[in-house]
Write a protein that binds this ligand. Sequence first.
Ligand code: GRF
Length: 187
Amino acid sequence: MKHRVAILISGRGSNMMSIVAAAGDAYQVALVASDKPDAAGLAWAKARGLPTWALSPKGIGKPAFEAALDAALREAGVGTIALAGYMRLLSDDFVARWRGRIINIHPSLLPKYKGLDTHARAIAAGDSHGGCSVHVVTEELDGGAVLGQTEVPIEPGDTAETLAARVLVAEHRLYPRVLAEFVAQTS
Ligand code: GRF
């Protein structure tokens, strides 16, 4: 049986699309889940006939939201959770329940530039390269073991936007490859 992957998104979902496009022998996408019922990526997944789940934590609180998310993931028989532009912090409790089975893509060369505004920070620091990293999710923000990385050159005149666009192309290649390797090791 193929390894069942859930993808968690909050927005446009371009990394989710690359993971869906690369699904094959290595894994299948068992659920696309979102904390934003109106996320553009969710509409795309629905239109493709993928199983989707969405709930806003607003009004119900984080514990109830995460309990519902956990139930949906277990019902879908998920083995690995891939965060792809999921903009909410998972609680320590949730991370512990799925320990070693959640991965994330972050748009920097970790351990540099954890958190937000990674491209602007790399340019401001005068770095020659930015990039992206896929890492295991732990309780520490963007702090788990790095599973794969791609370096992307910073060109003269780059803005955070132009660099983000160049890095995003690299993200779309890196994430499905690292995910496939990861599930092969954890299946
Ligand atoms: C990506 O740059 C990813 O690295 C970061 O958020 C962005 C999500 O973009 N975590 P998308 O929703 O996958 O298009």
